[in-house]
Structures are given as structure tokens and as C-alpha cells.
Design a protein around this ligand. Structure first.
Ligand code: PEP
Length: 248
């Protein structure tokens, strides 16, 4: 049995002064979420206040990116050690917005994931095809490539994957449960090729892309969908908690 994991990607929303209130709301509303791992991922500036708000609770803290070097002349970057030092336990890597706007590649995803693992952080590695790629019948090829290159030469058992079809992110257009399940099963088959069936069966694969309280239960009810990576609906405690509770 894989423990479901629901993570909120706040993106570039919520100032540090707003983080604690949102986390307090999430803590209260998900107090009965036994069996679901709950993670919040504020912007870097909110991590310290968020760590204080999460302390001693069931809500875990994630960041939205990490650099692969431990320290040095990398202006604007944050290392895995710096995140650990603040109490961060999880980190999103390779989100499609980073691939689209900030030059993220499968190679840099691989470097960041290795750095996160070396520091003892749980990487939430995002993969997913664009609308053009899906329409061109390239979903399989794109997702398999992202998995094989992004997770090359590392301990796959310690990674969480988020399948996020780019056409479903922030668009209100959700993959149908059948479409999502098909991609998740493909990812699990690819992991089995890379690391064997036992490892592949233990890896959690989240779905992300306009997941909301109304569709969360059916999506998370699919055999290979082990939780969600939530954008817009993670910005209010009520909607995020409703998604978490759908996974119970
Ligand atoms: C995301 O950005 O990871 C995401 C899934 O966004 P949304 O839920 O808003 O589609």
C-alpha cells in the first residue's frame, strides 16, 4: 500500500506574512487526514515562517526548487543544505513552469534531484506533456524521456513523481481519470524497466493539473494515482483540505 501524498504548490503567491495563517487553516481542516501525507510548498521567502507554523504538526514543508551545488557563486539560487537548515523536507523539481520559463531541462532536473536526495530531501519530480505534444501523439515518448533522463543514476525508490499534463495546469481543464491513469501506468512501467517491479510499485505518483475538491476523489481512486500536486486550489485552506480529505 502506498501512502497518498497531497502537496500544495503555492507558486509565486502568499507573502511570508500570509503563510502562517494559511497553514493554521490547513492544519485544522486536515487534522483527521490519517493516512495522507500533507505538504505545503510556499515561495522561498515564506519558508521560515511556514516552518514555524508546521512545527510539531502533521503538515510537512516543501520548497519549489533547489540548486544542485551545495554553495558558491550562484546568485539568486538556494541549496539543498539551506532548505534542510530551515526544516524543509520536500522539494518540487522540474515543474513545467520552470521548464517553460526558466530553462529547466531533463539534465538539470537530474542534477537537482540528486542534490535533493544527497541532502535527505524528498524530491517531487514533475513530468508531463504539452498540448501540442499530446495532440501529436507524443505523450508516451515525452513522459518516458523525462522519466529516464530526469531520474537517471539515482535511487528511484526515494523519489515522488508528479504527472502534470501541461495543458491541464491552471487551465481548469483536468485530465480525465482514464487519461491520467494511462499516463501513471506508463510511468510505473518505465520505473519498473529502470529499477525493477518492486521499486516501481513503491513509488508514489501524484497527479497535478486543475485538481479540485470536485474531481479529487475520482482521480485519486485510480490504481496508479497516489495523491495530488495542487496549484490554484492550494491557496485556500478549505479547498486544499477538501482535496486532502478526498484521499483519506
Ligand atoms: C501545478 O502548478 O502544479 C498545478 C497543478 O496547478 P493547478 O492545480 O492550478 O492546475
Amino acid at each position: 500500500m502506498r501512502t497518498k501524498i497531497v502537496a500544495g504548490n503555492w507558486k509565486m503567491n502568499k507573502a511570508a506574512s500570509e503563510a502562517a495563517a494559511l497553514i493554521e487553516g490547513i492544519k485544522n481542516a486536515t487534522a483527521d487526514a490519517a493516512g495522507v501525507e500533507v505538504v505545503v510548498c510556499p515561495p522561498f521567502t515564506g519558508l521560515k515562517d511556514a516552518a514555524a507554523a508546521c512545527a510539531g504538526s502533521h503538515v510537512k514543508l516543501g520548497a519549489q526548487n533547489v540548486h544542485w551545488e551545495p554553495s558558491g557563486a550562484y546568485t539568486g539560487e538556494i541549496s539543498a543544505g539551506m532548505l534542510k537548515d530551515l526544516g524543509v523536507t520536500h522539494v518540487i523539481i522540474g515543474h513545467s513552469e520552470r521548464r517553460q520559463y526558466f530553462g529547466e531541462t531533463d539534465e538539470t532536473v537530474n542534477k537537482r534531484t540528486k542534490a535533493a536526495l544527497a541532502a535527505g530531501l524528498v524530491p517531487l519530480v514533475c513530468v508531463g506533456e504539452t498540448l501540442g505534444e499530446r495532440d501529436a501523439g507524443q505523450m508516451d515518448e515525452v513522459v518516458v524521456r523525462q522519466i529516464k533522463l530526469g531520474l537517471a543514476d539515482l535511487d528511484i525508490a526515494k523519489v515522488v513523481i508528479a504527472y502534470e499534463p501541461v495543458w491541464a495546469i491552471g487551465t481548469g481543464r483536468t485530465a480525465s481519470p482514464a487519461q491520467a491513469q494511462e499516463a501513471h501506468a506508463l510511468i510505473r512501467r518505465t520505473l519498473a524497466e529502470m529499477a525493477g517491479g518492486d521499486v516501481a510499485n513503491g513509488v508514489r505518483i501524484q497527479y497535478g493539473g486543475s485538481m479540485k475538491p470536485e474531481n479529487a476523489k475520482e482521480l485519486m481512486g485510480q490504481p496508479d494515482i497516489d495523491g495530488g500536486l495542487i496549484g490554484g486550489a492550494a491557496l485556500t485552506a478549505d479547498s486544499f483540505a477538501a482535496i486532502v480529505m478526498a484521499g483519506v
